[in-house]
Design a protein around this ligand. Structure first.
Ligand code: SF4
Ligand code: MSK
Length: 635
């Protein structure tokens, strides 16, 4: 493109990821535009950012004034609280739909594996199958694995299709938390019903009372967290294995100039698992060598990458805001994507470097990308073809190659099951060591720091500073999604990073040999944090509901609607959840007060907002201390 169109970007100010910065500099030299450039040149609409705009019907769009939120109403009479809560609701509906559709795809695959229609995948973790089946009341003693699996399929299908009753995994919710939900009328029935009802209620002229809308927001978000997302995690573990700690390499240096580099980016693990088989097929490895390569190098990005990082230790090239930058290396011989967080801008950047971009999921086509449909009944047809095309691109490479020589190491793969095993057994007190160490104060509390990166803030910086501050104050950090890649690049997911922790947390980490920052999986695996929280309640000593725990959550650089759904399912489950960047509400309104204060008074968690990572840490630690005090374990 015409380089004069690109305003010179100060690349140091937009990211702390050195590899991404190097590639953004190269992109500028090459005249290639990325989302960082577009973010710099496109100012967000201030009315939209505050969610003070409604376009739910053609009498509008109606724009209210966030400086005087109650000064006027929309043409239909909708006030600011109705408008904001409806907008918020639709973000939750969309985010929950993404996770639940992902979970349903996993469940479809599981059914076809169990009934023998798909032979390319199998049940890899029978122990997990048994545990999940038992958790929803399925008899497992002296029964065939396939019968138990089919019963589990039928039970979990209700997560989506049930029209009355409670979703199956409600059985895993601590009783007091569940009691709160029942009292509020927010126990999800089935995800399809909740999302449909939320879309209906936010149509023009239906639900126009923000508290009533918020009840359905909570119900829908919970159908995501304890429904679709948890099903996606559990079924993926059953089919592909439950993660356990593995040494990994992250950053763009994992690309190899003399190899055929293939990147998988998106979210669903089945495409990547099939690609793993394809890149190891002797005939394709031979073809790569015949083309002059040393072999085939498979690398992950974003959450597909996080899934494979924690399960198989597959190298990871970078998080969401590095997906365009990685193409600028010229070293990527194919990028294939499935669903979610895939920028349309990738197509143009890929084209500039002669890298083929492949879409594979019928839900996600991109103008300029080649679509090769991924059929789970013949998965290798798609992934083999992509490998062949990548080899051909390697042979005919035209772009100059420049790979930032940066590789960071970390230990990831801390599923809840492993955390339980690692900190397993019980003390004389009868509590698990995790609870015991929280009670005795070595660990002050637990924080989930998760979520995206966003070009509206300096990439990775807020994540890294927040996490450093938390561990320094003896808060154990659990991570998923793009956030854990930011911390891996900063070197904090190694056991050696324990020296950065406060004395109590450091002692625990050194005794167990674990990092102070535990990477759990992809963004759909935030469900692992819910389960960890539920187990902390179950094992005792830390109160009776999730809301009692000395715990907090944060998504400091969030950008997606999925993040809002995740944030709200944590809030509805009882967790204080702080978001950064921006928050889609107008200050001083009743809806904001409901989200930021009143939900907590109803026995749930609450939302918080701060841009500055140190302020965020202060808010989270203050909350953890408040909970410690309420539990009588403050010293
Ligand atoms: Fe305006 Fe009401 Fe229509 Fe929204 S629903 S665009 S507030 S008239
Ligand atoms: S990929 S939702 S940018 S975490 Fe899950 Fe990353 Fe956020 Fe997408």
């Amino acid at each position: 493109i015409d380089t004069s169109e690109i305003k010179k970007l100060d690349t140091r100010s937009v990211t702390i990821c050195e590899a991404t910065r190097q590639m953004l500099d190269k992109a500028q030299r090459d005249g290639v535009e990325t989302a960082f450039d577009r973010a710099a040149s496109m100012k967000p609409c201030p009315i939209g950012a505050d969610s003070a705009c409604c376009k739910h019907c053609s009498m509008g769009p109606c724009r209210l004034n966030s400086k005087d939120p109650y000064g006027k109403v929309g043409v239909c009479g909708a006030d600011i609280d109705t408008i904001m809560s409806r907008n918020f609701a639709r973000m939750v509906a969309s985010g929950a739909a993404a996770h639940t559709d992902h979970g349903m795809s996993m469940l479809d695959l599981f059914r076809e594996v169990v009934n023998g229609h798909i032979k390319e995948y199998g049940i890899k973790d029978v122990k997990k199958l048994m545990e999940v089946a038992q958790s929803v009341g399925i008899e497992t003693d002296s029964r065939e694995v396939s019968d138990i699996a089919m019963d589990l399929y039928n039970e979990l299908e209700k997560t989506y299709t049930q029209i009355e009753g409670e979703i199956p995994f409600a059985k895993r919710v601590p009783p007091k938390t569940l009691e709160t939900w029942r009292k509020q009328g927010i126990v999800p029935r089935g995800a399809m019903r909740e999302i449909m009802e939320l879309m209906h209620r936010t149509h023009m002229g239906v639900d126009q009372q923000y508290e009533n809308i918020t009840r359905q927001i909570s119900r829908t978000a919970l159908a995501d967290g304890w429904g679709g997302s948890l099903v996606a995690t559990e079924i993926s573990d059953i089919l592909f294995g439950t993660p356990s700690p593995v040494q990994v390499e992250v950053n763009m240096g994992v690309l190899k100039e003399n190899m055929v580099n293939i990147i998988v980016h998106g979210h669903e693990p089945n495409l990547f698992e099939s690609m793993l088989v394809s890149v190891n097929a002797p005939v394709l490895v031979e073809a790569a060598k015949a083309a002059g390569a040393d072999g085939i190098n498979l690398v992950g990005m974003c959450c597909s990458g996080a899934e494979m990082l924690v399960r198989h230790g597959i190298p990871h090239a970078g998080n969401f805001m590095s997906t365009e930058a990685v193409l600028v290396t010229g070293a990527v011989d194919a990028m294939c994507v499935d669903v979610q967080c895939i920028k349309q801008g990738l197509a143009k950047v890929a084209d500039c470097y002669n890298t083929p971009l492949f879409t594979t999921n019928t839900r996600c086509h991109i103008e300029g990308a080649v679509h090769i449909d991924f059929n789970e009944h013949k998965p290798l047809d798609c992934t083999d073809e992509i490998v062949i095309k990548a080899i051909s691109r390697f042979k005919n490479r035209t772009a100059a190659i420049e790979i930032p020589q940066i590789i960071n190491k970390g230990v990831h793969g801390f599923s809840y099951e492993y955390i339980n095993y690692m900190l397993g057994g019980s003390f004389r007190s009868g509590f698990t060591p995790l609870n015991e160490n929280i009670i005795n104060g070595r660990i002050r509390g637990v924080a989930g720091v998760v979520g995206c990166t966003n070009p509206r803030v300096r990439q990775d910086w807020v994540h890294v500073e927040l996490v450093k501050e938390l561990i320094k104050n003896d808060v154990l950090v659990l991570q998923t999604g793009c956030s854990q890649i930011a911390l891996a690049k900063a070197g904090l997911t190694t056991p050696e990073a324990a020296v950065l922790a406060g004395p109590g947390l450091q002692e625990v980490c050194e005794a167990v040999g674990m990092p102070p920052v535990l990477g759990l999986g992809s963004c759909v695996d935030n469900s692992r944090i819910l389960i960890a929280a539920a187990e902390m309640v179950k094992t005792g000593g830390l109160g009776e509901s999730i809301a009692d725990l000395p715990a907090a959550g944060a998504a400091p650089e969030w950008m997606s609607e999925k993040a809002i759904s995740i944030g709200h399912y944590f809030v509805a489950s009882g967790v204080y959840t702080v978001f950064g960047v921006t928050f889609p509400v107008v200050d001083g309104t009743r809806f904001q007060k409901l989200l930021f204060e009143e939900l907590e008074e109803k026995g749930m968690g609450k939302w918080g907002f701060a841009v500055d990572p140190y302020e965020m840490a202060r808010m989270m630690i203050a909350h953890i201390d408040k909970k410690r005090q309420q539990l009588g374990i403050d010293k």
